[in-house]
Ligand binder design. Structure first.
Ligand SMILES: Nc1nc2c(c(=O)[nH]1)N[C@H]1C(S)=C(S)[C@@H](COP(=O)(O)O)O[C@H]1N2
Ligand SMILES: [Mo]
Length: 400
């Protein structure tokens, strides 16, 4: 591996090295011409940076989503300003001084917490991906979107800080009859999802922090439920109420929406866990390779069931595969960055990535997935994504 990397790198140097050396000899680095900008109270990025969330103009702008520019983010984390958004009735403007979380239903001691009271309780921080189960829904019938932002941009990875929900439920004294919780948001649609009590007591957080500061309004300020590894929709934002129930509430978000229609006319319901998925983010759809030669192929892999253990790359449409390097640390239920050294010979190629998680689950091809699920599931498309490289270097969606 080391030897291969070294040869590949020497190739890289011979391709672009001369150009770099030539520049250097002619152009001295510019001298700073004036004093820099003074300090400020809140940071912003360089005015030269252009990465933005993608969204299409919807008839009802409050009922829409924006997508993370995965091709323009590096490493495993998503800056809060580029975290994807999905809301069903817009972003409410909640005053944390007035906001409360109520725990009621099948408990001996109903409780109401203010945000400040919650922040006094023992907290934990975890790096976790959050993915809308609708991510990739354009690809069921093949190759509908031109860029990785548009095919896969409904996933992001943040550090979330909050109080374990188990702490609050123990405090409220859950009655033996309780088997589920209903979590409800404080937005206009009162989005509500049912979560089995076992999961609620396991690793669910009532989060107030995102990437070291308070959660952004778009992500659920001042409180949201974080349900590690489970579909985005159950991660209820603007959390205002948790009710203990003996059965699921059967809200419209778990009956008419977020169920997966199969070919026999039945639907899968409560498909909570996000299956392992990976995608090459660079180079990817919309990029143009300037010349044959060495390129780093990089992307992200993640699984709702734990750690990513392996990512393989194919440059020939899945005929042959070789292992990518995983960037450390590899964390459970977090984006994992992979990298692979590729030398493009200049001909047609099809780039694809395939991941395996610690349960042994291997990401399926689209043919294998649709053979089981059909093409009308809408949610939970975790199939392998192909990027087609043309002989002139332009890259398009290769799922067609
Ligand atoms: N209250 C409330 N919670 C919500 C939603 C919503 O519309 N209202 N959208 C859900 C969906 S479908 C997803 S995918 C995630 C998106 O979280 P994000 O906008 O922070 O990325 O939030 C979920 N929680
Ligand atoms: Mo979602």
């Amino acid at each position: 591996m080391a030897a291969r990397s070294r040869r590949w790198f020497l190739g890289l140097a011979s391709t672009i090295g001369y150009a770099i050396a030539a520049c250097r000899s002619k152009t001295p680095p510019p001298e700073p011409s004036a004093l820099g900008a003074p300090v400020g109270p809140y940071g912003s990025r360089s005015r030269f940076e252009r990465a933005v969330r993608f969204f299409s103009r919807a008839a009802v702008p409050e009922e829409t989503s924006s997508k993370t520019p995965l091709h323009e983010t590096f490493g495993m984390l998503t800056p809060s300003s580029l975290h994807f958004e999905r809301h069903h009735s817009g972003v409410p403007d909640l005053d944390p001084a007035a906001h409360t979380l109520t725990i009621h239903g099948l408990v001996d001691r109903p409780l109401v917490f203010s945000v400040d009271e919650l922040k006094r309780l023992p907290s934990v921080s975890r790096l976790l991906f959050l993915e809308c189960s609708g991510n990739g829904n354009t690809e069921w019938k093949g190759g509908a979107e031109p860029t990785v932002q548009r095919t896969h941009g409904l996933t992001s990875c943040s550090e979330w800080t909050g109080v374990p929900l188990s702490t609050l439920l123990n405090e409220a004294r859950v009655q033996p009859a309780a088997k589920w919780i209903l979590a409800e948001g404080g937005d206009a649609c009162r989005l509500g999802r049912s979560v089995p009590l076992a999961k609620a007591m396991d690793d669910v957080l009532v989060a107030y922090g995102q990437n070291g500061e308070s959660i952004r309004p778009e992500q659920g300020y001042p409180l949201r439920l974080i349900v590690p590894g489970w579909e985005g929709n159950v991660n209820v934002k603007w959390l205002r109420r948790i009710k203990l129930l003996d059965q699921p509430a059967m809200t419209r978000w778990e009956t008419s929406k977020y169920t997966d229609l199969l070919t026999d006319g039945t639907a899968r319901q409560f498909t909570f866990e996000m299956d392992a998925k990976s995608v090459i983010t660079r180079p990817s759809g919309g990029d143009a390779l300037p010349a044959p030669g060495p390129y780093e192929v990089t992307g992200l892999a993640w699984s709702g069931r734990g750690k990513i253990t392996r990512v393989e790359i194919s440059a020939d449409g899945g005929r042959t595969w070789s292992d990518a390097e995983l960037q450390l640390p590899v964390l459970p239920i977090a984006h994992t960055r992979f990298r692979w050294n590729w030398t493009w010979s200049g001909g047609e190629a099809t780039l694809a990535s395939r991941c395996t998680d610690e349960t042994g689950y291997v990401q399926p091809s689209r043919q294998a997935l649709t053979a089981v699920r059909g093409v009308n599931s809408n949610y939970h498309n975790n199939a392998i994504q192909n990027w087609k490289v043309a002989a002139n270097g332009t890259i398009t969606n290769g799922n067609a």
